[in-house]
Design a protein around this ligand. Structure first.
Ligand code: HEM
Length: 156
């Protein structure tokens, strides 16, 4: 036994709880016509691991995420993707269903959900409908650096 206070990570069930949350969330993403095409890889497994690792670390669990990925810088990492209010609301709807499945205590549930909502709102990087603007091609945008507009040849 230890006298150290339990982290939120431990309180809600540690690794198993976060794996269940993210698995359930990605089952929703896999069925989503707007979100699914944004994910650069065919296999959602690695994306699942990154989100699980990040959330575990955020809530006081192991720091594997930063050991492997460095500082989260989530706004920057989402810049290549077209995160408009529609994408945010879809993301949150799948998260809501996943949080419900965990059947947490009311306080834990409210704490987690409050964070997820605030984080999702902070991730919005465009108000353009899908398909308009430079960030519309999620697959291509995620696969490598894009050229700055100044690199375009001058028009004749
Ligand atoms: C608001 C709507 C959101 C959309 C549409 C979205 C979409 C995406 C996409 C397409 C990726 C790339 C998949 C990958 O290769 O990992 C990604 C990565 C990621 N997202 Fe989101 N995301 C959203 C919100 C959030 C929020 C709220 C969080 C945190 C609470 C989050 C955490 C992450 C993390 C940790 C990664 C992996 C970053 C890395 O290490 O490369 N996302 N997201």
């Amino acid at each position: 036994m230890t006298d150290a206070p339990l982290s939120f990570y431990d309180e809600i069930g540690g690794h198993d709880a976060f794996v269940r949350l993210v698995d359930s969330f990605y089952r929703g993403v896999a069925q989503d016509d707007v979100l699914r095409p944004m994910y650069p890889e065919e296999d959602l497994g690695p994306a699942k691991e990154r989100l699980t690792g990040f959330l575990e670390q955020y809530w006081g669990g192991p720091t594997t995420y930063s050991e492997q990925r460095g500082h989260p810088r989530l706004r920057m990492r989402h810049a290549p993707f077209h995160v408009n209010p529609d994408a945010r609301d879809r993301w949150l709807a799948h998260m809501r269903a996943a949080v419900d499945e965990l059947q947490l205590s009311p306080l834990h549930e409210a704490t987690l959900w409050d964070y997820l909502q605030r984080a999702a709102h902070a991730m919005v990087n465009t108000f353009e409908p899908t398909g308009i603007g430079p960030a519309s091609g999620g697959r291509e945008a995620g696969s490598g650096p894009s050229l700055p507009h100044t690199a375009l040849p001058p028009s004749p």
